[in-house]
Design a protein around this ligand. Sequence first.
Ligand SMILES: NC(=O)C1=CN([C@@H]2O[C@H](COP(=O)(O)OP(=O)(O)OC[C@H]3O[C@@H](n4cnc5c(N)ncnc54)[C@H](OP(=O)(O)O)[C@@H]3O)[C@@H](O)[C@H]2O)C=CC1
Ligand SMILES: N[C@@H](CC=O)C(=O)O
Length: 437
Amino acid sequence: MSVQAGRPVRVAVLGCGSVGSQVVRLLRDQADDLAARVGAPVELVGVAVRRLDAPREVEVPAGLLTTDAESLVTREDVDVVVEVIGGIEPARSLILAALEGGASVVSANKALLAEDGPTLYEAAAKAGRDLHYEAAVAGAIPILRPLRESLAGDNVTRVLGIVNGTTNFILDKMDSSGAGFTEALEEAQELGYAEADPTADVEGFDAASKAAILASLAFHTRVTAADVHREGISEVSAADVASARDMGAVVKLLAICELIDTPDGQAVAARVHPAMIPRSHPLASVREAYNAVFTESEAAGQLMFYGPGAGGAPTASAVLGDLVTVARNRLAGIRGAGESAYADREVLPMGQTRTRYHVAIDVEDRAGVLASVALAFAEHDVSIQTVRQEGRGDEAQLVVVSHRASDAQLSATVEHLRGMDIVRDVTSVMRVEGEPE
Ligand SMILES: NC(=O)C1=CN([C@@H]2O[C@H](COP(=O)(O)OP(=O)(O)OC[C@H]3O[C@@H](n4cnc5c(N)ncnc54)[C@H](OP(=O)(O)O)[C@@H]3O)[C@@H](O)[C@H]2O)C=CC1
Ligand SMILES: N[C@@H](CC=O)C(=O)O
């Protein structure tokens, strides 16, 4: 099982794009330090790509580039496979083949881990090999290792974070300049944060994958991307952002994973959606494309992890950290900590999750309007925390912030409001986080 004494740890890299090119560069530039830290030289033996003639950000040593990833991962002398291709296939088959062939694996592939992580974890356990994926959530920020190892003796009850850099950049731009969503997205694309097809980021798919991975590790259970309630930011308007500003808040795309007490024990809730948070909240000061993750656990209390959540070099830093760990394990002939999904926890539907709403309602400016709106909230057992009224000729706007209630009660309240004669329009509905119950 261990690498033969005196021989290097041999590494194959799958993909040489934004992340892979930086992995190859760091393997070259830090070869001496890596050898000292691992206890043996770390040798790059092959780099699989789709196109041999594509321009590369790094010079790949002669003879190492190949389009035959399958043969590379099953080479007998490969000890560690680094998968930075992305997507579901062929990444999944290549990782499974690598593990079956006896290699350990490092991956940055959140989409795959969130869709089919259990198949990969089981294959790693069966093969007695490591599967590490720190780079899959929040780029350079060490968050998975703390959940998997540092907090393994504690009970994590909540993970709350900004885990998508592109959407944070867009929302930050909308807040700081008053820009609309489309204008802010164009700027994110010009600066290279958002892809030409930004759907995975702006519609919350990327953050939902990361939330699934975080919830699985934090709560020792299996949560897939399909279990995560997902809303993106494409419907967030300049008016929503201005409304947040008026109440001393800022809009952020949050990933929220919670352990919830139920009559039958404990269940998990995992959701990604835009939310207003007070400007005094530490997550409000996470600007541009940065990420931050808060954890709450019984003994440690609150911890916050902050840093660059994307980009080739920051992500490669996390990949290399994993690579050093699994290479050390190969030399020692051991397998490190795997997933501990011993708790088969139910994942609650969004309707049962307790949230708070901020609702802006255009109403006819006549006597009794406020009482009628308050009654609509009361009919659904939703209590109001604050209400603000602004007159506008024959029309008025009410801005209501609720106390916590089930999301189903809150959305039923909004539907009720929409059907009322005195309501001309419900112009903004957004969840509120980070304030008292
Ligand atoms: N970019 C980022 O900021 C972050 C990325 N990640 C994750 O890292 C992974 C890589 O992302 P990124 O580097 O941005 O992606 P890129 O699109 O920049 O690079 C993908 C690489 O994979 C290669 N590739 C694609 N298909 C195949 C195939 N069938 N066989 C062999 N090689 C293939 C491509 O080859 P070719 O160059 O020839 O086309 C390319 O070199 C993804 O899982 C992503 O989610 C995680 C955190 C942050
Ligand atoms: N597209 C992602 C990249 C890293 O995971 C982001 O914007 O955060």
